[in-house]
Write a protein that binds this ligand. Structure first.
Ligand SMILES: Nc1nc2c(c(=O)[nH]1)N[C@H]1C(S)=C(S)[C@@H](COP(=O)(O)O)O[C@H]1N2
Ligand SMILES: [Mo]
Length: 172
């Protein structure tokens, strides 16, 4: 009697475990409903469209909005940027690699070490001073490093990684 109870509960635990592992809610990236703003390609472990991870605006917002208040070479004075952290995007895409190509709408591209996103709170800004970045404002996504917090970032190499009008991240 007791033995059969134990084995029943073991079976139940195994079944719940399997259900969690295979449940789309537990891990998989949802499919975008709105226009796709950002595509993560390459070494993507959590694809949602073919072998890529596609994000619409709502999905990027759901990753959490991080605020970076800093001066930059591109805006007058201190600006308040907000958007998802680069590492939150990579995590959601299940991206694993050493570097990435961050590609803009006009095909400008920069090679960025993944470690930048681990060492610094780099965001893909969707807003500046509370206003959505339109394409004409260098949106919809502008890579913003925390320059004021880390003055060592104020150099030409990091400026070149500060891609605006970002459309794609290709993980290598
Ligand atoms: N989309 C896009 N982002 C870009 C660039 C570009 O040409 N297109 N140039 C990069 C380079 S090389 C640098 S140094 C800075 C230059 O900004 P500036 O042209 O306003 O000086 O933006 C970076 N981000
Ligand atoms: Mo540059």
């Amino acid at each position: 009697m007791r033995g059969s109870l134990v084995s029943k509960s073991k079976v139940l635990i195994a079944a719940v475990g399997l259900a969690l592992l295979s449940s789309p809610l537990a891990s998989a990236l949802e499919v975008p409903e709105g226009p796709v703003i950002l595509v993560v390609s390459g070494k993507v472990g959590q694809p949602n469209v073919g072998d890529e991870a596609h994000f619409d605006k709502a999905m990027l917002e759901a990753l959490g909005q991080h605020e970076t208040i800093t001066r930059t070479p591109w805006y007058d004075g201190v600006t308040r940027f907000s958007g998802p952290l680069g590492r939150a995007i990579l995590e959601a895409a299940g991206a694993e690699g050493d570097s990435m190509r961050v590609v803009a709408l006009n095909e400008y591209a920069a090679t960025v070490p993944i470690s930048d996103f681990e060492h610094y709170d780099v965001i893909f800004a969707m807003q500046a001073n509370g206003k959505a970045l339109r394409i004409r404002d260098q949106g919809p996504l502008f890579v913003i490093y925390p320059f004021d917090r880390h003055p060592e970032l104020l150099n030409e190499e990091i400026f070149s990684r500060s891609v605006w009008q970002v459309a794609r991240i290709d993980v290598k």
